[in-house]
Design a protein around this ligand. Sequence first.
Ligand code: SF4
Ligand code: SF4
Length: 454
Amino acid sequence: MKTEFSLAQLADPDIKEADKILRACVHCGFCTATCPTYVLLGDELDSPRGRIYLIKEMLEQDQQPTAEVVKHIDRCLSCLACMTTCPASVNYMHLVDQARVRVEKKYSRPLSDRLIRSLLAFVLPRPGVFRAGMIAARLAKPFVGLLPGGAAPNHPPSVFDRLRAMLALAPITLPEQGPSAGTVFPAQGQKRGRVALLQGCAQQVLGPHINQSAIRLLTRLGIEVVLVAEEQCCGSLTHHMGKDDDALAHAKANIDVWVKEADRNGLDAVLVTTSGCGTTIKDYGYLLREDPAYAAKAARVSKLALDITEYIDKLDVQWPTQRSDIVVAYHSACSLQHGQKITQLPKELLFKSGFVVKDVPESHLCCGSAGTYNILQPDIARRLRERKIANIASVEPDIISAGNIGCMVQIGSIRNNDGAPIPVVHTVELLDWMTGGPKPARAEITKGPRTGGS
Ligand code: SF4
Ligand code: SF4
């Protein structure tokens, strides 16, 4: 794609980067076929190619973002399916991230939009506040029917649509809190390694059992696990809202505590069980590349960051010799498959654990979770969820495995043809179960590892 930035514009490192990305695009449009918003809405401006044109014009002309441009950028899930499809390796992620920052800085959103975004940006990264918010949402849940009617499909969501979506996502009960930051879990037997485990923000409130499974599995395998004190939100949530000052402050705080821990006590990796966070931490090196005080440290942390499945794969695991007849539908989170290019590994590990693993049709399409997307764009998110659960149900699983809490909450409760619930659990919970840990609490299936035969 031909670009026409001036030399003065190209002196800005972000514009220089945008220019490089835009020039790589050859307009072929292959990306449109796998873009969830284009598949649903059929509008070129809701496709990656359409958005790339809009962003190009906005940056080249140094324009204020218009309401129309903001609408189409806001509808992008940042699922990155387009990057997997693109034959020219266009880095859409860095382009749309930059566009979101510009929108945040230069566009005046309606008051209700600003309020709800500020509320999410404040509450979600703070587990204590988030927990209180979930308790309040649970109390408000019975009154959801009193909210005024929703916006028509394909129209901008109203504040009531967003409140309704928020309440629908709030769980009826909250699990007990997990272990505190600063705790060190010693390796069982001979120590083979030492890792930090990202505590996550929403995950430690909604699914503390996920990291508890990871800790059990890792320590059984001889790995010491530390929950680093003073660790913060990874910044992913606010980064995807274009609030980069906030996101980078979180990133720097984490880099400081992880580098300190690595220098003092040694770390083989910073492990992540929430793939949305993993994609952002792996990008810290890029995000802070122009910051002389943090560029090297950020690059070091990005190299240390691994998804839990990447690390487990390197360990000497004694996989069960017997197979189970439990059918696992593997839901491939976008941040894992498109953001981190981890596609086969979780399925291979599940297979080695003895499960019957099934791919979900249209697995490249997002479930609609996408950080805060299911609250900010509830209609599109609902339609994507319905499509996803129909695809999952079509493989008739006993259980669903995913590597991201956002997807697990979004998929929520699915029932099989007999009306029985199909539990959604994290991949690491299943790996832990099959290698000696307890059965995941929500796995109400009666099947289990076979005790004989193969
Ligand atoms: S990130 Fe996802 S929603 Fe956004 S343009 Fe790419 S494929 Fe479409
Ligand atoms: S597939 Fe890649 S090169 Fe083709 S239009 Fe999309 S972003 Fe551009």
